[in-house]
Design a protein around this ligand. Structure first.
Ligand code: 2AL
Length: 245
């Protein structure tokens, strides 16, 4: 069987989180898919604001270029801010899906309204921007923060995971939402158990994006190279950006 390589990019440089994301991606991947999980060689350890996202986007582009050279069929950007998504689509020929858009799309297909549970309050604002950009504002009942930084999910204490669980339960009751979207790549391993416990769909974008990329590949659909997502216009890239040329 020829395997399709699917590149799952953790845009932050944290190796433990890349492992969590890789495990979640492999848990749903089809036998015909091989997951290549990577993170940038340089960048930020966690992405919690616009500054972090700008740096992470460069790392995403570096990995998209590498993935293309390896012959991957599709890419997932596994950070809830979807950093560098449209730029990545310009570089790629296969499909590129961000985990925020994947989770939001999935949520609208299984519930009328959803709530988002993310990490820090400032990432709530970023998620709200994405809802507006993707046209899902009217589907989102409310956004919640566990008020812990992203890397608390990897500190081994289980505190962040406990707070995610509590917030999901609270969101379900307070917002009367039919589904919950988990707002961080580091929460990817929590969705299945929470779905069973809460009795409503709790959606992780990593697993959703892997299945969506697989579907697009199976349909023979790649990123359009007509219009704004055409390959970037050729021009010299100076300094450290030479790696992208
Ligand atoms: C994220 C995420 O998914 N990974 C990361 O480093 N920051 N976003 C978030 N809202 O917590």
């Amino acid at each position: 069987m020829t395997k399709h390589l699917i590149q799952v990019i953790n845009p932050n440089t944290n190796v433990a989180m890349t492992h969590t994301i890789a495990q979640a991606a492999r848990s749903v991947a089809a036998p015909s898919s091989e997951i290549i999980a990577v993170c940038p060689t340089q960048g930020v350890e966690s992405i919690e604001g616009h500054f972090d996202e700008a740096i992470a986007a460069i790392g995403v582009l570096e990995q998209i270029k590498r993935g293309k050279e390896q012959g991957v069929s599709g890419h997932v950007i596994a950070c809830f801010g979807d950093p560098g998504l449209l730029a990545a689509r310009e570089l790629a020929n296969g499909p590129v899906i961000g985990i925020a858009e994947a989770a939001m799309h999935a949520a609208t297909m299984v519930a009328t309204r959803f709530s988002i549970v993310t990490t820090l309050p400032r990432t709530v604002i970023i998620a709200r921007h994405l809802l507006r950009q993707y046209g899902f504002e009217h589907h989102c009942a409310a956004l919640h923060a566990i008020d812990l930084p992203v890397l608390a999910l990897e500190d081994g204490t289980g505190l962040a995971q406990m707070k995610v669980r509590e917030r999901c339960i609270q969101a379900m009751k307070e917002d009367n939402s039919g589904a919950i979207v988990l707002g961080c790549g580091g929460m990817a391993n929590l969705a299945r158990e929470l779905t069973a416990e809460l009795g409503i769909p709790v959606i992780d974008g990593v697993t959703a994006a892997v299945k969506m990329v697989e579907s697009l590949i199976a349909l023979g659909l790649g990123t359009s190279k007509y219009g704004d997502l055409a390959y970037p216009n050729k021009k010299p890239l100076s300094g450290c950006f030479d790696m992208l040329s």
